[in-house]
Design a protein around this ligand. Structure first.
Ligand code: PGA
Length: 253
């Protein structure tokens, strides 16, 4: 299973390295879990050197990327700039949709950029509380999947993170059965779009912690996690990764 630590806009490079050191020493080589860290862009170079030095299996990802290859886009970062450091790129996180007004059209262009540069996108989708209350979960997921995936090559790896917006940073989560319903719906849509099962993974994100992770991981179509708050506290994140790894060992995975 894949566990992605989304650090968002937290830590400077030395604080980040301190946290990374603890994570590498405790969960740097788990059998059943691939740990991937998504620090701010400023950390990537130092993190890559540190991980290479330790021969660690931990991978790196970026939290965002610009939709164009290069050019007059002051302050932006392109895929080519992070290619040497990253395996993954998060695209369309709900915080970017909300605060940076990212539309499905921009997200679609970003996805194509990520693919073109041989990185693996983690496309975030999920409904708000209002949309859930109006019974619109499936239609929201459908739109957030189909529009961005227009023009996407089906032969490349794709990761989807189902993140109900109301579960992000709130301590409130859907029940495991609710997650399964959404994951199954996403899986069916991807198959309908002609993407074969071996090409995609579906993660869950939203208030995942060391206590609930094993319970979620028991659900059939949950193939990993996108973790925010818990990933900022090394002890908690290490606990989450260890608990998940142990639960998968007993499951026989
Ligand atoms: P959370 O964040 O784990 O703090 O809810 C998840 C995310 O935003 O990816």
């Amino acid at each position: 299973m894949l566990v992605c630590a989304n650090w968002k806009m937290n830590t400077n490079v030395s604080e980040g390295l301190e946290n990374l050191e603890k994570i590498v020493s405790r969960v740097g080589s788990l059998n059943n879990v691939e740990v991937s860290i998504f620090p701010p862009f400023t950390h990537l170079d130092a993190f890559k050197k540190f991980l290479d030095d330790k021969n660690s299996k931990i991978t790196l990802g970026a939290q965002n990327i610009h939709s164009e290859e290069e050019g007059a886009y002051t302050g932006e970062i392109s895929c080519r700039m992070i290619q040497d450091f990253c395996k993954y790129v998060i695209i369309g996180h709900s915080e970017r949709r909300l605060y940076c007004l990212e539309t499905n059209k921009i997200i679609s262009k970003k996805l194509q950029q990520v693919q073109k540069n041989n990185l693996t996108p983690i496309l975030c989708i999920g409904e708000t509380k209002e949309e859930k209350d109006r019974g619109e979960v499936k239609s929201v997921l459908e739109t957030q999947l189909t529009k961005p995936l227009e023009g996407y090559s089906k032969d490349k790896e794709l990761v989807i993170a189902y993140e109900p917006v109301w579960a992000i940073g709130t301590g409130i989560t859907p029940g495991p059965e609710e997650i399964t319903v959404s994951h199954l719906f996403i899986k069916e849509k991807l198959l309908n779009l002609g993407i074969s099962e071996d090409k995609f993974k579906i993660l869950y994100g939203g208030s995942t912690n060391e206590d609930n992770v094993a319970n979620f991981a028991r659900e059939k179509d949950v193939e990993g996690f996108l973790v925010g708050g818990t990933s900022l506290v090394p002890e908690k994140f290490i606990g989450l990764c260890k608990n998940l790894n142990a639960s998968l060992s007993t499951k026989g995975n």
